[in-house]
Ligand binder design. Structure first.
Ligand code: NAD
Length: 458
């Protein structure tokens, strides 16, 4: 067992340390999870539903504590952190309905009846990133538990605290011990051991596309099921016929929320050439008006980046000769601060093609609808995007033409617990959330029962 220091991103101060598990801990966790899963799957559906509702209630009762942990460990603004804790409650409440509704089918056949069962896979491994620690963990564990599985979560190295607390609350709320376990540790130690473990039937991975490819390759060794939620480089497409004031006023929040550390960040703003100049005039006050600062302040809209290493990575994209149009503000002094930054680069520049995962946005002009769609799709990613237009037909045409999993028209909304979420192309594989997510944690079993004709013939 080794220890790992945790740092408050807003102050650069060490706030504590966490024990890191080793590979052997994965063996022990899987054994405990297998026992707990048998107990869990043996409970009546209504009893499992009740325990999940109790877990949701426990999260609601500890909302302020969870939010404060996320502020200290991840630097999220307090208002956002409260939303995240509430979202976990909502996700659990939504999937608490699953155990009593997860029904198979009865299929017409000759000579008998045919029925299907949605059997739990068994033990699910959930590997999460550092940008939205508790919400992303809940997207994996809530539907997986609801479908009758046990879950082992490996949180990201920098941000384990809320996930650890959620597992404690689960046990206090009456989930069988071992049913939801958290193993803090390194990706190349605990994560690798999870990928190689024969007792884990599915991996839900959220993180970078590079690591996601590796996860998929290793999962193939034992034909593990995988869901992958990976990177993005989403487009916010602004047509000349839209409400330009609103498009400009909201654009910063479509990319700078969570300091741009959001897989759905609209980090490319494509603006129709005829309104490009006007849009930039309107965008500047919106960007300089983003309130960047102390995450514990109720009025703060954007906090720091998560770590010094990540600050260095983001900074490397904005060199002294970068085509900066304008920037917002950020505090001086300790902490990993980076101001909202608007660039007007060439289409081939790496700030246009690579995921920066920080508060940096590239604005590019386009000529017409076909040009906008072509630029939006000129990426290996395909996670989300926005389309601003007052023309309903255009909104639908472009929504169908953009190759991305989550699009919003005249807004920047991406994630609702009741609707499916996930990426096209190299942004991922499979979908989380929405009504069908629990099915992703089951195996379909088909059973045929012969019915004799009553005259002794089979
Ligand atoms: P990352 O890929 O570096 O790490 C993600 C997780 O994988 C961490 O827990 C890490 O410890 C673990 N890991 C690393 N190497 C591993 C290995 N060899 N085997 C098993 N696990 C391993 O990503 P990150 O920097 O933590 O997160 C940022 C990335 O996540 C961005 O690309 C972002 O777009 C993406 N992301 C995607 C979504 C989505 O839903 N599509 C949501 C949030 C973040």
């Amino acid at each position: 067992m080794t220890t790992f220091e945790l740092v408050n991103p807003a102050t650069a101060e060490v706030i504590g340390e966490v024990d890191h598990s080793d590979a052997a801990a994965v063996d022990d966790a899987v054994a405990a999870a297998q026992s707990a899963q048998r107990v869990w799957a043996g409970l009546a559906p209504a009893a499992r539903a009740g325990r999940l509702r109790d877990f949701a209630a426990a999260v609601a009762a500890h909302r302020d504590e969870l939010a404060a942990l996320e502020v200290a460990n991840s630097g999220h603004p307090i208002g956002q952190a409260r939303w995240e804790a509430d979202h976990v409650t909502d996700v659990l409440t939504y999937y608490a309905a699953t155990p009593e509704r997860l029904s198979g089918k009865q299929i017409p056949v000759t000579g008998g009846i045919d029925i299907t069962f949605c059997e739990p896979i068994g033990v699910i491994g959930v590997i999460t990133p550092w940008n939205f620690p508790m919400t992303i963990a809940s997207w994996g564990f809530a539907p997986a538990l609801a479908a009758g599985n046990a879950v082992i979560v490996k949180p990201a190295e920098w941000t384990p605290l809320t996930t650890i607390r959620l597992a404690e609350l689960a046990e206090q709320a009456g989930l069988p011990p071992g049913l939801l376990q958290v193993l803090p540790g390194r990706g190349d130690v605990v994560g690798e051991a999870m990928l190689g473990h024969r007792g884990i039937g599915k991996i839900v991975f959220t993180g970078s596309t590079t690591t996601g490819r590796h996860v998929m390759a290793r999962a193939a060794e034992s034909v593990k099921r995988v869901t992958l939620e990976l990177g993005g480089k989403s487009a916010n497409i602004v047509f000349a016929d839209c409400d330009l004031e609103r498009a400009a006023a909201t654009a910063p929040y479509g990319v700078f929320d969570n300091a741009g550390q959001d897989c759905c960040a609209r980090s490319r703003i494509l603006v129709q050439r005829s309104v490009h100049e006007k849009f930039m005039e309107l965008l500047e006050p919106a960007v300089t008006g983003v309130r960047v600062g102390d995450p514990t302040d109720e009025n703060t809209e954007m906090g720091p980046l998560v770590s010094r290493a990540h600050l260095e990575k983001v900074s490397s994209y904005v060199s002294d000769d970068a085509p900066v149009a304008f920037r917002g503000t950020a505090p001086d002094g300790p902490g990993f601060w980076f101001p909202p930054t608007v660039l007007t680069p060439q289409p081939t520049d790496r700030v246009v093609t690579e995921e920066i995962f920080g508060p940096v946005v590239a604005v590019l002009p386009f000529d017409d609808e076909a040009d906008a769609v072509a630029i939006a799709n000129a990426t290996d990613y395909g996670l989300s995007g926005s389309i601003w237009t007052d023309d309903l037909s255009r909104a639908l045409r472009v929504s169908r033409a953009v190759a991305a999993g989550n699009l919003s028209v005249n807004s920047h909304s991406s994630v609702r617990y009741s609707t499916p979420f996930g990426g096209f192309k190299q942004s991922g594989l499979g979908r989380e959330l929405g009504p069908d997510a629990p099915l992703g944690f089951t195996e379909t079993k088909n059973v045929f029962i012969a019915v004799s004709d009553g005259e002794g013939k089979p």
